[in-house]
Design a binder for this molecule. Structure first.
Ligand code: NAP
Length: 209
C-alpha cells in the first residue's frame, strides 16, 4: 500500500520512517519538492516526493502533516477528494504554544471536513511527539493513539495503520471526538514543554483485566 503525506517536516518524516520500516511506500507532497529532495532520498527507494497535487493523486490515504494554518488552502485546492481518507495530524496551536485556536464546540478536524467535503476525514497522529511516531516502542506497553472520524471504514483503515507502526490505536468514534483529542494533544505539549518533562514519554491505557 502507498500512503501519501502532505508535509515533510517532523511529523511527515517520522511517520514515513515508521511506515517504510513496516514495508509501506510513502509519497510526500510539499510546496517546493526540491527543498526535500535529500531528505526523501535518505529514506530510500520506498519514499517518493512531489507536489501536493501529485501526492493526493498517488494514494487512497493522505496524511496532513502541516501547520494547521495551511490546511484550509490544501483542502480547497483539491476540487474532488473522491472519498479518499484524509488523516488530520494537525493541532491548531496558538503562538508560543499558548493554547488552541479552535475548540470546545468544534475542532480543527471538523473544520477540515467542511473544507474537504468529498474526503473522509479521520483525526489521528496528533497526540504524541514526532519521535514517538518514528519509533513507538516503549519498554512497558504500547503508546495510546486515539482515532476518530465519521466513516467507520476510513477509521478502521487508520486504526490499522497506527497499530502497524506500534500504537495502541483506539476507536473514539465520530469526528466530533476531535474536540477532546486536540486538547489531549495539548496535555502532552504542556507536560513536555511547560512542565519540563521533555519529549521522551507517551500516554498509555491501563486495563484492570
Ligand atoms: N512536531 C510534533 O512532534 C507534532 C506532534 C503531533 C502533531 N503535530 C502537528 O503536526 C503538524 C506538522 O508539525 P511538524 O512539526 O511536522 O511541522 P514542520 O516540521 O514545520 O513541517 C511542516 C511541513 O509542512 C509543509 N507545509 C507547509 N505549508 C504547506 C502547504 N501549504 N502545503 C504543503 N505542505 C506545507 C512544510 O513545508 P515547507 O518546509 O516547504 O514550508 C513542512 O514540510 C502541525 O500541525 C503540528 O501541530 C506535531
Amino acid at each position: 500500500m502507498r500512503i501519501s503525506i502532505i508535509g515533510a517536516g517532523n511529523v511527515g518524516k517520522a511517520l514515513a520512517q515508521a511506515f517504510i520500516r513496516q514495508g509501506e511506500e510513502v509519497f510526500f507532497g510539499v510546496p517546493n519538492p526540491e527543498k526535500y529532495q535529500s531528505a526523501a532520498a535518505a529514506l530510500g527507494p520506498m519514499a517518493a516526493l512531489g507536489t501536493v497535487e501529485q501526492a493526493v493523486a498517488a494514494s487512497e490515504v493522505v496524511i496532513l502533516a502541516v501547520p494547521f494554518a495551511a490546511t484550509e488552502a490544501i483542502a480547497r485546492s483539491v476540487s474532488d477528494w473522491q472519498g479518499k481518507v484524509l488523516v488530520d495530524a494537525t493541532n491548531p496551536l496558538a503562538a508560543g504554544l499558548a493554547g488552541l485556536t479552535v475548540g470546545t464546540t468544534t475542532s480543527a478536524a471538523e473544520q477540515l471536513a467542511r473544507w474537504a467535503p468529498t474526503a473522509k476525514v479521520v483525526k489521528a497522529f496528533n497526540t504524541t511527539g514526532a519521535e514517538n511516531m518514528a519509533d513507538a516502542s516503549f519498554a512497558r506497553g504500547l503508546p495510546f493513539m486515539p482515532v476518530c472520524g465519521d466513516d467507520a471504514q476510513a477509521r478502521a483503515k487508520v486504526i490499522a495503520l497506527a497499530a502497524l507502526i506500534g500504537f495502541d490505536a483506539v476507536d473514539l468514534g465520530p469526528l466530533s471526538a476531535a474536540r477532546y483529542v486536540e486538547p489531549f494533544a495539548m496535555t502532552w505539549i504542556h507536560m513536555a514543554f511547560k512542565q519540563g518533562l521533555g519529549r521522551n514519554f507517551a500516554f498509555g491505557i491501563l486495563h484492570k483485566d
